[in-house]
Design a protein around this ligand. Structure first.
Ligand code: KIV
Ligand code: NA
Length: 270
């Protein structure tokens, strides 16, 4: 079996073989992903994917802790990282520490993730110097969708590059063990990966990064939205619909439950 992954050994893999990451929200999925992934992210995307919210802004600490505990029960080797939800860390570094400490102590996860660049670097430093490994998240930041005005890719013209490069560098210099880079054009992803000292984990950020992450439900074909950067490795949604239709037919024509699913009286033959 692979050894238990830590923020420290993920950090050491800059420029090494690609770091494999996926999201997880529940125990049975985490147990299956664990064999194959270096890092499992309990993303605040849980609010959209499992609860039908139309953005991540309505997710709270309780939801993250509940799913974080579920994922930690299933993960034996991969590093579990938990997203800090909107409103739980931006206000001050002290509030961020208090909430991140709760997340780690109540779940057993090994790190937290938070969105933000230069403006969050002081917080990243405060947490990482006090024993809380932090995964950064720059480029497209879904918690800032209202301020930015949408989910379109960033850095498709060169004049947008400067702030994104500065954000990634500031977070790395503040002590983040790695940085997620979301939704940016390939040449910018390449430049960020070259210039930042810690591993850059891409999502919609080309294959130039040090690792990749996707929302598991997206790549399994289980979640309705399908942005350009998602490759569907399965069509689980279609399989589920087929299975449900079959069940409904069998209930309606009484072929389910069959003999083999039916209890007999004790002592009766077979
Ligand atoms: O919430 C999430 O799932 C994420 C990843 C997609 C990076 O932040
Ligand atoms: Na997230």
């Amino acid at each position: 079996p692979k050894r238990q992954q830590t923020a420290k050994n993920i950090a050491a893999r800059k420029g090494d073989t690609p770091i494999v990451c996926l999201t997880a929200y529940i125990t049975p999925m985490a147990a299956r992903l664990d064999q194959h992934c270096d890092l499992l992210l309990v993303g605040d995307s849980v609010g959209m994917v499992l609860y039908g919210l139309d953005s991540t802004l309505g997710v709270d600490l309780e939801m993250m802790i509940r799913h974080g505990r579920a994922v930690c029960r299933g993960a034996k080797q991969a590093l579990v990282v938990i997203d800090m939800p909107f409103g739980s860390y931006e206000e001050s570094k002290e509030l961020a520490f208090r909430n991140a400490a709760r997340v780690l102590s109540e779940t057993g996860a090994g790190a937290v993730k938070l969105e933000g660049g230069v403006e969050m670097s002081e917080t990243v430093r405060f947490l990482s110097r006090r024993g809380i490994p932090v995964l950064g998240h720059v480029g497209l930041m879904p918690q800032s969708v209202h301020a930015h005005g949408g989910y379109g890719a960033r850095g498709r013209s060169v004049d947008e590059w400067g702030p994104i490069i500065e954000d990634a560098k500031a977070i790395a210099e503040a002590g983040a063990f790695a940085v997620v880079l979301e939704g940016v054009a390939e040449p910018l992803a390449r430049k960020v990966t070259e210039e930042v000292s810690v591993p850059v984990i891409g999502i919609g950020a080309s294959n130039a990064c040090d690792g990749q992450i996707l929302v598991t439900e997206d790549m399994l074909g289980l979640f309705a939205i399908n942005p350009k950067f998602v490759k569907r490795f399965a069509e689980i949604g279609r399989d589920i619909e087929g299975a449900i239709a079959e069940y409904a037919d069998e209930v309606r024509n009484r072929t389910f439950p069959g003999e083999e699913h039916t209890y007999k009286m004790r002592g009766a033959n077979s």
